[in-house]
Design a protein around this ligand. Structure first.
Ligand code: GNR
Ligand code: NI
Length: 173
């Protein structure tokens, strides 16, 4: 089921998500909904708080609509190593139409539980490393505009206010 994505600055997006205590069918159903929502919105990642659920779950697919597309679901992800630096122009499904440069680690090692509850460790680079950091930020109540200047953030806040009021007038827009 495709869920509705919250638009920043929704107060839910500022909260810290709670660790998953048991990887059960409810978690697996949520992961399925998160993939459906991410693909429907043409994103490369999605964190549970973006659909209003304060649990530490993220999904990623940095090569959607390619034959070798690799969907990854991470439960309770933890960044255990970060190396190097890189800058990438980021966007966010919760901040539609906006993009700003953000500095992050270039290579990250992430430890997580897969949907079977098995512990996994993955070393990521490129867009996947950026997306993992962007999504783990969401689990800690942070969005990419928290990494840009106050001036840019306040301009984006105004545009999101306008976007929300337009959507209330014309819900299909
Ligand atoms: O779809 C997304 N694209 C993207 C581009 C650059 C850096 C990060 C991202 S993640 C974003 C989806 C999203 O908002 N996930 O929280
Ligand atoms: Ni995002």
């Amino acid at each position: 089921m495709v869920r509705e994505i919250l638009i920043w600055p929704d107060p839910i997006l500022k909260q810290k998500a709670k660790p998953v205590t048991k990887v059960d069918d409810a978690v697996r159903t949520l992961v399925k909904d998160m993939f459906e929502t991410m693909y429907a919105a043409d994103g490369v990642g999605l964190a549970a708080p973006q659909i209003g659920i304060l649990q530490r779950i993220i999904v990623l697919d940095t090569t959607p609509r390619q034959p070798e597309s690799k969907p990854i679901a991470m439960i309770n992800p933890e960044l255990i190593a970060m190396e190097g630096e890189t800058t990438y122009t980021e966007g966010c499904l919760s901040i539609p139409g906006e993009a700003e440069d953000v500095d992050r680690a270039a290579v990250v090692t992430v430890k997580f539980l897969d949907p079977e509850g098995q512990e996994q460790t993955l070393k990521c680079d490129g867009l996947l490393a950026i997306a993992v950091q962007h999504e783990t930020d969401h689990l800690n109540g942070t969005v990419f505009v928290d990494h840009v200047s106050t001036l840019k953030r306040e301009l984006i806040r105004k545009r999101m206010k306008r976007l929300k009021s337009e959507r209330e007038e014309r819900p299909s827009a």
